[in-house]
Design a protein around this ligand. Structure first.
Ligand SMILES: NC(=O)c1ccc[n+]([C@@H]2O[C@H](COP(=O)([O-])OP(=O)(O)OC[C@H]3O[C@@H](n4cnc5c(N)ncnc54)[C@H](O)[C@@H]3O)[C@@H](O)[C@H]2O)c1
Ligand SMILES: [Fe+2]
Length: 367
């Protein structure tokens, strides 16, 4: 059997990587998409200084989990006021990068509802105008800097959409761990666990290949080693750098496989219970691991290599690891009863991401 691995993003990694932005722009005008706290923590001033006259447009009010209600006005404003720029620079967590992926594709009508109608109806959105994306993550977790998809939420309709176009791959990922030093403990934990989830989900995945496995094994091992240390020393640039690299590798892994059952569960938990993405997609990991073991000998071998213990011990070890970081691992801990959890699991298995799971057949006990 032959396999195929593809990732077109050029990654620039290391402390101080931010200073590479002017070179990457090469004289082109840019719009900056970032999060509201960027001004208060001095990041926006720094970006303005680094980018100088290249910076033509700033969108700095991107809040967590981009929602269609807010995105509509931002998108239409972007295509009215920033249409002249060639490049969009997203500086922030997954929310800022995913917002930029939605902004970078435009259509002739100038109406955002075309995009949402297409996403909701599962028909492709066919943009006619495009920008180039430079993704600069300030969290270490989502991997959005090396994937082509954006998660867009619709809280009113209780839905999650995935925007995925050939044009929404970033051209560059600029990963500067210095930008992560200001990240609070809560988001450091959430995003670190998101990276762990991406790596494991790419292993128990029908789309896994030897290259994605190589990235995933490294990402699981490094995240499990580094994240607990980082939570004790948030201002350690060396640990920030190692976690950023682990998240990048997890991103490289799932950029080719997409996610699987844990993420499919997470969308319901975020929409119904308001759980932050990184918690919602990591608390079910031991439960999903139990269901993955024994489904495929090849996948078992890769899981054993990633987790570094005999698989019979692995679900317990993974639960202890996640609980040791203060995150409960059972549905009941989040107020979800046995019946609702069973129904949620069944629904998650039938979702697009759930179908990527190697053991996507049965819903068993959920505790
Ligand atoms: N596209 C993908 O492949 C992908 C993958 C996983 C998750 N996601 C999406 O990404 C989002 C989660 O992203 P996230 O975990 O990176 O968090 P986030 O972008 O939602 O940010 C969380 C909070 O941290 C703040 N913040 C970010 N960086 C900071 C910094 N350096 N200093 C201080 N504050 C900072 C933000 O303003 C926000 O309040 C979710 O919407 C999720 O669905 C997308
Ligand atoms: Fe995720």
């Amino acid at each position: 059997m032959t396999t195929n691995y593809f990732n077109p993003v050029q990654s620039v990694y290391g402390p101080g990587a931010l200073l590479r932005l002017p070179g990457l722009l090469a004289g082109r005008k840019a719009a900056l998409v970032t999060f509201p706290e960027a001004r208060a923590i001095g990041l926006l001033d720094r970006l303005e200084a680094v980018l100088g006259d290249s910076l033509a447009c700033v969108i700095d009010q991107v809040r967590p989990n981009p929602d269609v209600a807010e995105l509509a006005a931002t998108w239409e404003g972007f295509w009215r006021q920033c249409a002249q720029v060639e490049v969009v620079i997203a500086v922030g967590g997954g929310s800022a990068i995913d917002t930029a992926k939605a902004l970078m594709v435009g259509n002739d009508s100038g109406s955002f509802s075309d995009m949402i109608n297409a996403l909701a109806g599962d028909v492709p959105f066919r943009p006619t105008r495009f920008k180039t994306l430079i993704a600069v993550p300030t969290t270490a977790g989502t991997g959005s800097e090396v994937t082509p998809w954006a998660t867009i939420w619709d809280r009113e309709q209780q839905k999650k959409y995935s925007l995925h176009l050939r044009e929404t791959w970033p051209a560059y990922a600029v990963i500067d761990p210095e930008l992560m030093l200001s990240l609070p403990a809560s988001v450091t934990l959430q995003s670190g666990l998101d990276a762990l989830s991406h790596a494991l989900e790419s292993i128990w995945n029908v789309n896994a290949n030897p290259v994605s496995d190589t990235f995933a094994i490294a990402a699981v091992r490094e995240t499990m080693e580094v994240l607990p240390q980082l939570m004790r020393q948030l201002d350690d640039i060396g640990l920030r750098g190692r976690m950023a690299l682990a998240a990048l590798k997890a991103g490289m892994a799932f950029s080719n496989t997409k996610t699987a059952l844990a993420h499919s569960i997470s969308y319901e938990m975020t929409l119904r219970y308001g759980l932050p993405h990184g918690i919602a997609c990591s608390f079910p990991l031991p439960m999903v691991l139990e269901r993955a073991i024994g489904k495929d000998a090849g996948r078992d071998a890769v899981l054993a290599q990633a987790l570094g213990v005999p698989l019979v011990q692995a679900p317990r070890l993974l639960a202890q690891f996640i609980e040791g970081l203060g995150v409960n691992t059972r549905f009941a801990d989040y107020g979800v009863g046995e019946e609702e959890a069973r129904a949620m699991l069944l629904h998650a298995q039938q979702g697009a991401r759930g179908k990527n799971f190697i053991g996507a057949a049965t819903a068993e006990s959920t505790t």
